[in-house]
Design a protein around this ligand. Structure first.
Ligand SMILES: Cc1cc2nc3c(=O)[nH]c(=O)nc-3n(C[C@H](O)[C@H](O)[C@H](O)COP(=O)(O)O)c2cc1C
Length: 202
């Protein structure tokens, strides 16, 4: 089974990344997880959660927090440039960056790979593999829009975390699930245990 690289960066709504890894692990997938330096800061500042940086400790942290024992989870430091996933010879099913900060977006768009997330994104583009980016900022300035366009032209799929209202969400969890399922649908993953909209209530 090919693994899926999930990257969480320092943008608002880290819950989206959390739910993505939870759903993948619940569905027995193999996840290679990278948090950017900014993600730890946003997690602390927005949610008062201290995520361990050390990979084994972080893996235990997620297993406990997400209450999931299935699947396979490997965590990486943001600056681990010698990780196997930093090379094109490590085959993956694809990569999802959720949420994606404008900083990470800009560095990927300019080919300026500083951390492991940017390097992996660069590898996915050069190897012509699926790269899904879920950018979180509002409003976008022209530079953000140009960077999104540049990445779309280079083959990335831009899937913004925009909720749907036709599903009549009644909780934040409903909104998160809609966004995350759209992301994983784009990746082509078949998932069990998810709620899908089945048309308007009659
Ligand atoms: C609480 C908080 C929320 C933030 N939300 C966003 C955001 O939604 N989008 C964004 O582009 N940057 C956001 N930032 C700024 C980024 O975290 C900052 O630019 C950081 O350098 C990004 O680093 P990274 O791209 O390596 O994760 C936020 C920062 C904080 C502290």
């Amino acid at each position: 089974m090919k693994s899926i690289v999930i990257a969480i960066t320092g943008a608002s709504a880290i819950q989206l990344g959390e739910r993505t890894i939870q759903l993948l692990l619940q569905n027995n997938k193999q996840v290679e997880l990278i948090l950017s330096k900014g993600a730890y800061e946003v997690s602390k500042s927005e949610r008062n959660i201290n995520i361990p940086v050390e990979p084994n400790a972080q893996s235990v942290f997620w297993r406990n927090r997400l209450k999931v024992e299935s699947g396979k989870l490997n965590c990486y430091r943001w600056n681990d440039h010698s990780a196997s996933i930093a090379s094109g010879s490590h085959k993956t099913k694809g990569m999802v960056i959720v949420p994606c900060s404008m900083g990470t977006l800009g560095r990927i768009a300019s080919g300026f790979s500083l951390d492991l997330i940017e390097r992996c994104a660069d590898v996915h583009l050069k190897e012509n593999r699926t790269l899904i980016i879920s950018p979180r900022e509002s409003p976008f300035n022209l530079i953000h829009i140009e960077n999104l366009k540049r990445l779309a032209l280079a083959g990335a799929l831009i899937v913004p975390p925009i909720p749907a209202w036709y599903t009549n969400p009644t909780s934040v969890d409903d909104i998160i699930d809609f966004i995350v399922v759209r992301l994983l649908d784009t990746l082509g993953e078949d998932l069990d245990n998810i709620k899908r909209w089945a048309g308007p209530k009659k």
